[in-house]
Design a protein around this ligand. Structure first.
Ligand code: BES
Ligand code: MN
Ligand code: ZN
Length: 500
């Protein structure tokens, strides 16, 4: 696990052992501190680059083993392409790339946070460190058979060399808190559903109390009393009881309305009576990625002591078929009083969100609401895994999300809402039905459904993260399956919201 990583900052001095990582541009140019540290080995780099046809283009890597003139056992040169074209989202990626180039056995590494034009800014160096940290994460708690040479060293010391050590540490502090939130979210997503069911999820969310987050868990009795029948209907076919968890971080002004984050927490989604096919059903242990993000975000805000009042509310259920399970055709009355005809029990996430969003809005009167949900396969058809789908009733909130996405690399693409789509979920028997009755525009009709539980005056955005919440692909900053997607994005939205 990542506990093994000891990440720190130090000055630009050539390391006495281990791996040295440096950056060069598309002209193979190195920064002044890097040149000085390499000394005569700089010539080796030029020769090796030629032999390997390494041109310093972005993300290309050149590796030299036991380089003459250096005490380091290995020198890794990473290309950045044109250094002037680097944007903020590139620095975590470079850190991830550097971390990924450490051989499994390496216990010491030094990364020179320098570009050809000079030392990286403190923020850039801190982003680099954050990328390294995120990359180092592995979910391996169920691997019992690894041989000694497959295991990484007990501790791994990674030093980021910078020009101003104190400033880099200051810049890294909040990022360290945010990284912890991302890794917490990843742990929740990666955990299998026999281990992580609603009550266990609630127990883990309750550990945020140690950071002075107020955590309340609503049990069946409390939810029934509130009339959360849409949520309860989804969970009624499971042997595991449903839960709602409310997390509050009050780091802002006393009495100031909070911002609210709502997560879909379907701990496993079989589809219910409208059961899913067997292929890839195991992925549905990740159908709580929205809720995981909300917990990770609340962790991050509390750990970095953000000057904000924030609430996180997650609806936790397991969608199973059994004798007591909800049927297609059933009609439920949601907490809002609106009635819903169930057409497809596999469109369960929106039923959970309907009650949880309504509850949070009534109780907290938030300044804005963002919900996250692995809601539809249709959003994956539309956008693949690069962008999450974003639906919003408010242009300003939508623009904030788009901007934060570009800065963090957690990208969102705005999708449409319109009365014509809304009409598609009108029902013959109830106020609405839970699907549009066609696969066309499936992510949009799902968003229209949720919109019926949000009052028009509250700025709201819905993020459909079915494509981004978990990921079998590997990225520079994540080699595990659960991505922790959204924690960095929403932390940035909160930071921007309270700065501007
Ligand atoms: N959890 C799924 C959506 C999903 C699919 C998430 C793939 C991640 C990866 C959701 O509950 C679901 O089953 N949606 C249905 C809705 C349909 C029945 C209207 C879907 O997308 O097929
Ligand atoms: Mn489903
Ligand atoms: Zn689902």
């Amino acid at each position: 696990m990542t506990d093994a990583l000891k990440l720190g900052f130090g000055p630009f001095t050539p390391p006495a052992k281990g791996v040295l990582v440096v950056f060069c541009d598309a002209d193979l140019k190195l920064g002044p501190a890097t040149r000085k540290a390499l000394g005569s080995a700089a010539g080796l780099v030029a020769r090796a680059a030629k032999a390997e046809r390494f041109t310093g283009k972005k993300n290309a890597v050149l590796e030299l083993v036991v380089p003459e003139g250096l005490k380091a056992a290995r020198l890794v040169v990473i290309g950045v392409g044109k250094a002037t074209e680097l944007t903020p989202k590139d620095f975590p990626k470079l850190g991830g790339l550097a971390m990924g180039k450490l051989p499994n056995s390496a216990s010491d590494a030094t990364v020179f946070a320098e570009l050809p034009g000079g030392a990286m800014k403190s923020e850039q160096a801190a982003d680099l460190a954050q990328g390294a940290r995120l990359r180092a994460y592995a979910f391996d708690r169920y691997k019992t058979k690894r041989t000694d040479d497959e295991k990484p060293p007990a501790t791994r010391n990674v030093t980021i060399a910078v020009s101003d050590v104190a400033a880099a540490r200051r810049a890294y502090d909040p990022r360290s808190a945010i990284s912890d939130g991302v890794l917490l979210a990843r742990d929740l997503v990666n955990e299998p559903a026999n281990v992580l069911f609603p009550e266990e999820f609630a127990r883990r969310a309750s550990t945020l109390k140690k950071l002075r987050v107020a955590v309340e868990v609503l049990d069946l009795k409390a939810m029934k009393k509130l009339g959360m029948n849409a949520l309860l209907g989804v969970g009624q076919g499971s042997a595991r009881e449903s839960r709602v968890v409310v997390m509050r971080w009050n780091g802002g002004k006393v009495g100031q309305a909070p911002v609210a984050f709502i997560g879909k927490g379907v701990c496993f989604d079989t589809g219910g009576i409208s059961i899913k096919p067997a292929a890839s059903m195991e992925d549905m242990k990740g159908d709580m990625a929205g809720a995981a993000c909300v917990v990770g975000l609340m962790y991050a805000l509390a750990a970095r002591k953000a000057h904000v009042n924030a609430v996180g509310v997650v609806g936790l259920v397991e969608n199973m078929p059994d004798g007591n399970a909800q049927r297609p055709g059933d009609i439920v009355k949601s907490m809002s009083g609106q009635t819903i005809e169930i057409i497809n029990t596999d469109a369960e996430g929106r039923l959970v969100l309907a009650d949880v969003i309504w509850y949070a809005a009534q109780r907290f009167k938030p300044k804005f609401i963002v919900d996250l949900a692995t809601l539809t396969g249709a959003i994956i058809v539309a956008l693949g895994q690069e962008y999450a789908g974003m639906f919003s009733n408010n242009d300003q909130l939508a623009d904030r999300l788009i901007k934060a996405g570009i800065e963090t690399g957690e990208l969102v693409w705005r999708m449409p809402l319109a009365p014509e789509y809304d009409k598609m979920i009108d029902s013959k028997f109830a106020d609405m039905k839970n699907t549009g009755g066609t696969r066309w525009g499936g992510a949009i009709t799902a968003a229209q459904f949720i919109k019926r539980f949000v009052d028009d005056k509250t700025p709201w955005a819905h993020l459909d993260i079915a494509g981004t919440g978990f990921d079998s692909r590997q990225t520079d900053i994540n080699k595990s399956w659960g991505s922790g997607w959204g924690v960095r994005l929403l932390d940035r939205v909160v930071a921007d919201y309270y700065e501007t």
